[in-house]
Write a new protein. Structure first.
Length: 203
């Protein structure tokens, strides 16, 4: 089986620990996941909703397919999303209180990441939304899961100033500004086929 060139397993972890333990947990998660592929651990510090929890976001480029990697980590496909071990079973460390996971696969990596500030190009989609020339903030990448990985093109949910709801725009509708902001909020669930399923609670 030919693996898609772009493969990503993402993890969001909440750990019962103090901020003085940020560095130790960062190294622990990096070492624990290294056998599965290339790992980048983002230590976000105390979680804004639950300050007694440390928040970590992890990007893992797996050596195998994304689904095989998640299964190797003990995750299972339940309903419309991946579920990590629960029922008292520890995931990566006994102090991990909550965790979310998801995966994406495509021919190329998305050009933009969550928090990128982009300018909307002149396009039919932008005209319909009245956003031509506006600066918006990238939420999350997505694609049509009904296409094969090599045929997938990226689109993004974008945050528009003055609107509570996000809009969707194709990657070709956006151009970079070189700026980036930190977005806080729920991580979205990504289905087995890479479909964004909306916010989910910690498990």
């Amino acid at each position: 089986m030919t693996l898609p060139p772009y493969r990503l397993v993402w993890l969001a972890l909440w750990v019962e620990a103090s901020s003085t333990e940020n560095a130790a947990f960062t190294e622990h998660f990096r070492a624990a996941l290294a056998p599965h592929g290339e790992v980048t651990v983002h230590a976000r510090g105390p979680f804004h909703r639950t300050p007694q929890m440390l928040h970590f976001e992890i990007d893992l480029t797996p050596r195998e397919s994304a689904s095989e990697c998640l299964q190797a980590l003990g995750s299972s496909w339940v309903g419309d999303g991946w579920e990590l071990p629960a029922d008292g079973k520890a995931f990566l460390h006994p102090a991990v209180y909550g965790a979310q996971a998801g995966a994406m696969e495509a021919a190329t990596a998305p050009r933009y990441v969550t928090g990128d500030v982009v300018r909307v190009r002149d396009s039919s989609g932008a005209h319909e939304l009245g956003l031509v020339g506006a600066e918006v903030i990238v939420g999350h990448p997505d694609y049509d899961a009904d296409t094969t990985p090599k045929g997938r093109t990226w689109r993004y949910s974008v945050h528009v100033e003055g609107q509570d709801e996000t809009e969707d725009l194709a990657e070709s509708d956006l151009e970079p500004t070189g700026r980036h902001v930190q977005l806080y909020g729920e991580r979205i669930n990504i289905s087995r086929d890479g479909v964004a399923m909306g916010p989910s609670n910690m498990v």
